[in-house]
Design a protein around this ligand. Structure first.
Ligand code: AMP
Ligand code: MG
Length: 329
């Protein structure tokens, strides 16, 4: 990774990070239509492609090293672009190393457990990237805006007093610190959509038949609570952006820009972890040499002792020429 590329990524995402301890007022502090002055849409496509290739390389190293895991939490209001962002940003990575988990209204079984249980069940393993499409932050967002959700959580009376939200912020911060101490980096993204852009996207979902399924009447009901959500988001961002698990507020009105930013945040996280392919000990290398000689000695008549090396050196490998073609006829 060139230092220049890493610096460019850092420069792009720096203004989006919520400083730990900062008091956020979403409407005043973050513009959903913002884009960096050094980026235009035409450069954006190219940058996203480069970013995707970079992610694929880092993911392969993360998996090979098997020490760290990454959890990226995506939060947004309806039509904020979570699904499309995941599709684009993760398009180049090996699906084996990525787990996307979506969270909806909790099931009866989930409600029988503590509120973090269902999220803990979906955490990535070492070497994996986990993506939460909605996350444990719903527990201080939709549950706060609609307190009847809290009533359904079967909590003892003493656990649902007035200070319940502050307590949850603290519990979430502690949980994320615990994960980070144990090798799992948590990074959180809020896709910040404007009310007008949400209106446009809702109308598109109504106007285009193939998109009708994406729209539900509940979405407009939630829209009527816009102010309550902005307040809940602002408080959540103020209380839970930490050194070990920072929040990034990504401007979401331009999809192309949001996708680049999300890719950049993930790339930055992986660059900081800097996973390496494991190297083998001298003894293991010696043993590899012994096995190599054994395999070379097995070469049939006329075959190169090591066809891989022979191929790399430009020689034609047996079976790749006429014979292979004939067999297909
Ligand atoms: P969607 O992601 O649009 O399919 O919708 C999922 C719905 O589940 C959203 O309306 C969320 O607000 C809701 N949801 C997610 N987590 C929770 C939760 N912990 N409690 C109540 N509702 C939730
Ligand atoms: Mg929805």
């Amino acid at each position: 990774m060139t230092d220049k590329r890493a610096k460019r990524i850092a420069r792009l995402i720096d203004p989006l990070r919520v400083d730990p301890g900062a008091k956020v007022d979403l409407a005043n502090d973050f513009d959903p239509g913002y884009r960096s002055d050094f980026l235009r849409k035409k450069d954006g496509v190219e940058l996203l492609d480069t970013g995707i290739a970079l992610l694929a390389d880092y993911q392969a190293r993360l998996a090979a090293e098997g020490t760290h895991g990454v959890l990226m939490c995506l939060q947004a209001l309806d039509a904020g672009g979570k699904d499309g962002t995941i599709r684009h940003v993760m398009s180049g990575v090996n699906p084996q190393g990525v787990h996307v988990s979506g969270f909806k209204v909790p099931s009866a079984e989930e409600l029988d457990h503590d509120y973090l249980w269902r999220y803990a069940c979906r955490l990535p393993a070492r070497g994996e990237i986990g993506i939460f499409n909605r996350s444990h932050y719903e527990e201080v967002l939709v549950v706060r805006v609609h307190p009847e959700n809290l009533d359904r959580q079967k909590l003892p009376k003493a656990s649902k007093g007035k200070n319940v939200w502050d307590r949850r912020y603290g519990e979430i911060n502690d949980w994320e610190r615990y994960l980070s101490h144990n090798g799992f980096k948590v990074v959180k993204i809020f896709l910040n959509l404007s009310k007008e852009e949400q209106r446009t996207r809702f109308l598109r979902r109504i106007d285009v038949p193939e998109r009708n399924w994406k729209f539900s009447a509940a979405d407009v009901r939630e829209r009527r609570r816009w102010g309550d959500y902005q307040k809940a988001f602002s408080e959540m961002l103020s209380a839970t952006s930490t050194k070990w698990a920072p929040w990034y507020v990504v401007p979401a009105d331009r999809k192309w820009f949001a996708r680049i930013c999300v890719g950049a945040v993930l790339a930055h996280t992986l660059i900081e972890i800097d996973p390496r392919y494991p190297t083998v000990s001298d003894e293991a290398r010696h043993n590899l040499g012994v096995v190599k000689r054994e395999l070379e000695a097995e070469a049939p008549e006329g075959a190169a002792p090591d066809p891989y090396i022979a191929g790399r050196n430009g020689h034609q490998r047996r079976g790749s020429g006429k014979k292979a073609k004939k067999a297909r006829v």
